[in-house]
Design a protein around this ligand. Structure first.
Ligand SMILES: NC(=O)c1ccc[n+]([C@@H]2O[C@H](COP(=O)([O-])OP(=O)(O)OC[C@H]3O[C@@H](n4cnc5c(N)ncnc54)[C@H](O)[C@@H]3O)[C@@H](O)[C@H]2O)c1
Ligand SMILES: [Zn+2]
Length: 365
């Protein structure tokens, strides 16, 4: 075996297989991220730290992070423009250039302090720089805390295809510091909440019940909810790190959701990822012949114009997760951590979208 392989009990049935380091599970820490990052830096004998952020997290999160870390010499900080439209190759070039200018060697530690965009892109840049330097995910959005920062998928968009270029590479740690949520715009908070709902639905009925009782997202007990939401994702990823089977359940809501997100991307009212996924979960439940699940305190649902079916269908066929020309979607089964996988056909989609329209107009009246 190559030296970079580790033994890892993958399926809990005493069948030991080896996986390479790119799938080694990473620790998740809760509490002040800066202080924990400093501990990791010192224990890991790293040569230097490089902090990647965007213009928003530079303003809202970097000062707190640096003050908690208390480094004697201030680390290099690069702030790139905020937004999904910058999760692209041109920004990577800017990041790699900054790595070179800062003289980063292979013992350097990169810290991605931001939402899913920074985590995905910074993780990708670190994973590919000089064949890979260690990186920490320090998520600052609810979406990144509960989903994007965990699981080792990093990458960028390319030619209008989301996450078209990327690799699997685990961060050395994920640092969850929920104080960062205080400055997050409400719409972003609600967007991340869709993934919290998704995890609860996949594997934690008690969490599911508790989420129904939240009356104000701003006051939600994140320090209690996030470890439970993350436990669901961690378990799925541990059982299927390279997305060969069970991990498809995390795609719940996303077959339809991604198509909706792309469809509305260039409209006057683009959807956030969570808004698209929330609608996607409702529609996929309808596709699977179930009554729509309703969560309280959700925002406006997208109005689907007539004739959208064909465009959504075309977008789904482009989705990289679909194999051999088939569009698949996955909904959680009744027992936690079990799933039902279906092939989607256009007539069924048309019916479900019609049901969804009726549902939306009923919920508006
Ligand atoms: N790798 C994965 O497994 C995975 C999973 C889900 C999503 N993703 C990716 O995550 C990305 C979406 O992540 P996101 O929703 O975090 O988007 P984002 O990173 O764009 O953050 C949303 C907005 O909030 C701002 N922001 C972030 N933290 C803030 C804070 N604490 N205070 C104030 N403003 C703050 C950002 O600057 C940005 O404007 C997508 O690119 C998606 O593909 C990846
Ligand atoms: Zn998602």
């Amino acid at each position: 075996l190559p030296a970079w392989c580790v033994f890892f009990n993958i399926n809990k049935k005493n069948e030991t297989r080896y996986l390479c380091a790119m799938t080694e599970p990473h620790p998740i820490h809760y509490g002040p991220a800066g202080a924990q990052a400093r501990r990791i830096f010192e224990n890991g004998a790293y040569s230097r730290v490089f902090i990647l952020c965007d213009t928003h997290t530079h303003r809202h999160c970097v000062p707190q992070f640096l003050s908690d870390a208390g480094w004697d010499t201030q680390p290099q900080v690069l702030a790139v423009p905020a937004g999904e439209q910058y999760k692209k190759l041109a920004t990577c070039e800017q990041i790699w250039s900054a790595f070179l200018t800062a003289g980063l060697d292979r013992q350097a530690l990169v810290i991605n302090l931001g939402g899913g965009v920074i985590g995905d892109m910074g993780g990708f840049c670190a994973a590919t720089y000089k064949r890979g330097v260690d990186f920490i995910q320090a998520p600052t959005t609810l979406l990144a805390m509960t989903d994007a920062a965990v699981g080792g998928k990093v990458g960028i968009d390319f030619q209008d295809i989301k996450n078209a270029i990327g690799v699997f590479r685990m961060p050395v740690a994920v640092l969850i510091d929920t104080r960062f949520l205080n400055t997050l715009p409400f719409r972003e908070l609600r967007s991340g909440f869709a993934e919290v709902l998704k995890h609860a639905r996949i594997g934690d009925p008690a969490l599911w019940a508790q989420l129904q009782g939240i009356s104000d997202l701003r006051q939600a007990p994140w320090d209690d909810l996030l470890p439970r939401s993350l436990a669901v994702k961690e378990r799925v990823v541990a059982e299927d790190p390279l997305e060969k089977g069970l991990r498809a359940v995390l795609n719940y809501g996303h077959t339809v959701g991604h198509a909706l997100e792309s469809y509305f991307l260039h409209s006057p009212q683009p959807l956030t990822h969570g808004e698209a996924v929330y609608a996607g979960m409702l529609i996929e439940e309808m596709l699977a012949g179930r009554a729509p699940l309703v969560w309280p305190y959700w925002g406006p649902l997208p109005i689907l114009p007539a004739g959208v079916e064909a465009e959504l269908w075309a977008l789904m066929q482009q989705d990289k997760k679909n194999t051999s020309g088939k569009v698949m979607y996955t909904v959680p089964d009744v027992a936690p951590f079990s799933m039902l996988k279906y092939t989607l056909e256009l007539p069924a989609l048309e019916q479900a979208l019609e049901r969804f329209r009726t549902y939306v107009s009923a919920s508006q009246s």
